[in-house]
Design a protein around this ligand. Structure first.
Ligand SMILES: *Cc1c(COP(=O)(O)O)cnc(C)c1O
Length: 399
């Protein structure tokens, strides 16, 4: 390995690996030393179409040559086009555009509060979850269920009630004891928390309770949405619909963009003057979203994510399930976690050295989030690199 790349003028907010990536093609990326890596992380579920996609790249070049940004003083036809594509695919009705996951979640939380105010609830409360991750702003870190994300940033924003995932009795208890609740806010599959899926029956029961209580159901699909699980949105496996759905990560296939997609109960809560963003909905980001969705459809990437995801999951289970030290292997489509019985951050570095990019989250979960163009051959290549590393790691490290 080369010497650690030094970045003395950048704030030390990340523990960075000692490589710098220079370019990519498809599911492969190269570093500045010319080494090739199989990208099973896609920039944390962002590069939906992989790198240098032959249709996306010229479309973005075309957009840059026309207009990058114009601001929301004017009508932006590409916003309407992307909103229509999202509305058609979600069955919801209206979209607000922003630039990132936390911004989408901030908008959702503002909707939950104003929705309460309109019903005469002045101190609205939002139900959030243990192990949830919703972002790093003051409000979204307060909604996040990870003490490490809170530490040092107290006082946290008030107005959150926390429950465990997949425990409907806990939510019913909140319903009995917290009259100011206006919304329930959760990831369909917790990403940073360790690839923890909300069970279908649980989501169906939450939807029912939300309807009975007049609460908004807000599903953070920032990581699990946009085709990653093999449907446009992960909740579509369960037959329910949310009232509010924040999106970001994969939506622009690498161009920063966020969106809050709302159904009729939530779509008219924010009125002129209530919310805004300078960059949100800019033509470059909108074009990236429009082209991403069109290309996903032309290239049948939902079906690909489902098929390759099943192949990858089966291969991982075949190679790893029997090993002492390997816990659950779970997820859906191309969002997969392999849980070990011990912290395994070292696997991230070793995989990188062996030419494979992935992540480790919640200390013990190896997380795979490959681009939706991933092939079964690349899934096999992933397992061929990863399985021996896991075996080696478990044999030499203590619990
Ligand atoms: C990544 C993520 C966010 C935050 O998105 P940013 O773009 O980093 O602000 C929020 N929610 C979930 C579920 C995420 O995975």
């Amino acid at each position: 390995m080369n010497a650690p790349v030094s970045m003395p003028h950048v704030m030390p907010t990340y523990g960075r690996l000692p490589i710098a990536l220079s370019h990519g093609e498809g599911a492969y990326v190269w570093d500045t030393e010319g080494r090739r890596y199989l990208d099973a992380l896609s920039g944390i579920a962002v590069n939906t179409l992989g790198h240098k996609h032959p249709k996306l790249t010229p479309a973005l070049q075309d957009q840059v040559s026309k207009m990058i940004h114009c601001c929301n003083y004017y009508q932006v036809p590409l916003q309407e086009e992307l909103a229509r594509l999202l509305v058609e695919r979600s069955g919801l009705t209206n979209v607000f555009f922003c630039n990132s996951g936390l911004e989408a979640n901030e908008a959702a939380l503002k909707i939950a509060r104003k929705y309460g105010h309109e019903k005469g609830i002045d101190k609205a409360e939002v139900v959030v979850y243990e192990k949830a991750f919703h972002g790093r702003s003051i409000a979204t870190l307060s909604a996040t269920g990870n003490p490490k994300v809170h530490a040092g940033f107290e006082p946290l924003v008030e107005g959150f009630v926390r429950v465990p995932l997949n425990d409907i009795a806990a939510l019913e208890e909140v319903a009995r004891t917290h009259p100011n609740v206006t919304a329930v806010f959760l990831e369909v599959i917790q990403g940073e928390g360790g690839i923890n899926p909300a069970r279908a029956e649980y989501l169906q029961a939450v939807r029912k309770l939300c309807d009975e209580k007049g609460w908004l159901l807000m599903l953070d699909e920032v990581q699990c949405g946009m085709g990653r699980t093999g449907k446009w949105f992960a909740h579509q496996w369960t037959g329910i619909q949310p009232d509010v759905m924040p999106l970001a990560k994969g939506l622009g296939s690498g161009v920063p963009v966020g969106a809050v997609v709302c159904g009729p109960k939530a779509a008219n809560v924010l009125q002129p003057g209530n919310h805004g963003t300078t960059f949100g909905g800019n033509p470059l980001a909108m074009r990236a979203g429009v082209e991403t969705i069109k290309i996903m459809e032309e290239d049948q990437l939902l079906a690909n994510a489902e098929r390759v995801g099943q192949h990858l999951m089966a291969a991982l289970r075949r190679e790893l399930s029997e090993l002492k030290g390997v816990g659950e292997i779970r997820g859906q489509g191309l969002m997969i976690g392999v849980e070990l019985d011990r912290p395994c951050g070292a696997i991230l570095t070793r995989a990188m050295e062996a030419g494979l990019l992935l992540s480790v989250t919640a200390d013990k979960v190896i997380r795979l989030l490959p681009p939706l163009i991933f092939t079964t051959e690349q899934a096999d290549e992933t397992v061929a690199i990863l399985a021996p590393l896991v075996r080696q790691f478990l044999s030499e490290s203590a619990v």
